[in-house]
Write a protein that binds this ligand. Structure first.
Ligand code: CDM
Ligand code: ATP
Length: 289
């Protein structure tokens, strides 16, 4: 038997860090939403008891380091599964980009294997297992739009954000999330207003969403990689309504309401970056269909 799962990328409309915890992680408050740029995960039962990863992307590990492998491994161990599985990853989300590509592959693997192996686990149970694999995996299990707290694993669903385009631009560099958090000086920084962003989404106000975007990790990444700041300023010049770095970067996203303006921002950025995408937010749970 085999089945397919969609693994969409996420962006952080707002990302705040409250403090560094004794366990080394940072306590965060984030507003996350899925966008229409997705990997495809094909899960196939195979002979033996192995987990086999297939990927044609040289930046994606094909062994235990792959987050999809880790998702399958956790389920196999926990539920005593003795059959083999092949996980083929069609990689469309840029790697090490701040778009949670690996986390979404892991989440899709959890959802898919739950069906393939008839485990009958709830989404909440899958999200709890996902948290063992990575901080972004719980959100990716549900998709849609959510407030994420704790180290990212405490999820509260939110309504669909106002309809708009999202132009994504990724410079050629890859960024290590651990490195960015390590360099963050938590005291003495401005904070995005998370409550205001929630209210903006609840009131379906595009203008308030645009005014409310903010990411405290920008200060670290922009200083290390000036090309990210350059892309931000280009996006503003070409007319995006709001511009922000996603996650720990380096991908920058611009929100644009009108089709013609989106085309201008997209075409303008193509001159600077080879990885540019114009996508829709998939703010509701249809994100995973
Ligand atoms: C930057 C974001 O992508 C925003 O959505 C997430 O906060 C990071 O999520 P992630 O990549 O799934 O992170 P993990 O794989 O759990 O952690 C990678 C490393 O980032 C740091 N980390 C991560 C999450 C967090 N709340 N505090 C941290 O300090 C830790 O050093 C950790 O070792
Ligand atoms: N399935 C996967 N897809 C991509 N990278 C993976 C995968 N599994 C493990 N990795 C490793 O994880 C690293 C980070 O990749 P990923 O694309 O998930 O980063 P990211 O988008 O910055 O994640 P996040 O936004 O959650 O911090 C890669 O350099 C790669 O070595």
């Amino acid at each position: 038997m085999k089945l397919m799962e969609k693994a969409p990328a996420k962006i952080n409309l707002a990302l705040d860090v409250l403090f560094k915890r004794p366990d080394g992680y940072h306590e965060v408050e984030m507003i996350m939403t899925t966008v229409d740029l997705a990997d495809r995960i094909e899960l196939k039962e195979i002979r033996g008891n192995q987990i086999e990863i297939l990927s044609h992307n040289r930046f994606v590990p094909d062994d235990h380091r792959n987050l999809a492998y880790q998702a399958a491994f956790v389920l196999k161990q926990r539920y005593g599964i003795n059959t083999g599985v092949q996980i083929a990853i069609e990689k469309n989300i840029p790697v090490a980009a701040g778009l949670a590509g690996g986390s979404s592959d892991a989440a899709a693997t959890l959802r898919g294997l739950n069906k393939l192996w008839n485990l009958n686990l709830s989404m909440d149970e899958l999200a709890e297992i996902g948290a063992e694999i990575g901080s972004d995996v719980s959100f990716c299990v549900y998709g849609g739009t959510a407030l994420a707290k704790g180290r990212g694993e405490k999820i509260t669903q939110l309504p669909v954000p106002p309809k708009c385009w999202v132009v994504l631009a990724k410079p050629t560099i890859g960024v290590s999330t651990a490195d960015i958090y390590r360099r963050l000086q938590v005291g003495n920084m401005g904070h995005p207003n998370i409550k205001e962003m929630i209210s903006a989404i609840e009131n379906n106000s595009y203008e308030r969403v645009c005014n409310g975007v903010g990411n405290v990790l920008e200060q670290v990444t922009l200083q290390l990689y000036p090309e990210v700041a350059n892309i931000k300023s280009q996006m503003k010049t070409f007319g995006a309504d709001a511009v922000l770095m996603s996650g720990s970067g380096p991908t920058v996203f611009g929100l644009v309401e009108h089709d013609s303006r989106m085309q201008r921002v997209y075409n303008g950025l193509r001159g600077f970056c080879d990885q540019v995408y114009a996508v829709r937010m998939l703010g509701d749970l249809s994100a995973l269909e």
